[in-house]
Write a protein that binds this ligand. Structure first.
Ligand code: GDP
Ligand code: FE
Ligand code: FE
Ligand code: FE
Length: 196
């Protein structure tokens, strides 16, 4: 896949190298799986394939940063101080987007928003947001009981895949007595409950 240097000042291979340096081997393999799924989903849903590739390659770029680093970024960038009460699961997308912008000089708002929204979704989701959200869930390395079903829906109907993933994640979080990030509930109300 050839990049046009519009969104990232280098080649795809150069971006891959940067990502590889930021995460462990297992996560890097996950990231490449997300890119593969995202490119396929982008093709089916009239999404810019270059943007899908870049967003996928960077979506977990900050996943292995320390809590201290995320807290500093929240402070320095004047992000919502409420974020300080959460953890890496929430930070690596929302706060990770700032780290990506600073370190990789990627400033396209659609790419950064897709990173911000990849974990809990959003009431407003662009087609690119949905592609990354769903690709993260169904990439070829993921293993969970419903993954084949999730893949089948993903390649049939992107909105249905968003709904399935949102409900599936919420069900897991509830069953495990995990705290629910409020945005995850908003995503549920928009994409699972509401009829378009
Ligand atoms: P990954 O970064 O590729 O592992 O995937 P995600 O970014 O989609 O999810 C990261 C983690 O966040 C997963 O373990 C989810 O279960 C968890 N997660 C997603 N939504 C919420 C939420 O509302 N609350 C909490 N506590 N965790 C969540
Ligand atoms: Fe993630
Ligand atoms: Fe996800
Ligand atoms: Fe991921």
């Amino acid at each position: 896949l050839k990049y046009h240097k519009k969104y990232f000042a280098g080649s795809r291979v150069e971006l891959c190298t940067k990502v590889q340096q930021s995460v462990g081997e297992k996560r890097y393999r996950h990231i490449l799986g997300v890119e593969k799924a995202a490119i396929e989903l982008a093709g089916k849903n009239a999404v810019d394939v270059e943007k899908a590739s870049i967003a996928a390659l960077v979506h977990d770029y900050a996943k292995e940063r320390s809590a201290e680093e995320f807290k500093k970024v929240i402070d320095r960038k004047h992000l919502d101080p409420d974020l300080l009460k959460w953890n890496n699961f929430i930070w690596h997308g929302v706060v990770g987007a700032e780290i990506i912008e600073d370190e990789l000089k990627i400033s396209d708002p659609e790419i950064l928003n897709a990173v911000r929204r990849h974990t809990v979704g959003s009431v407003k989701m662009t087609q690119l947001d949905k592609v990354i959200y769903v690709a993260d869930f169904v990439e070829e390395g993921r293993v969970f009981p419903d993954v084949d079903f999730a893949r089948t829906i993903a390649f049939k109907n992107l909105d249905q895949a968003v709904a399935f993933e949102t409900k599936h994640t919420l069900q897991y979080l509830l069953s495990a007595n995990k705290t629910i990030y409020p945005t995850a509930i908003e995503t549920y109300n928009r994409w699972v409950v509401a009829v378009n």
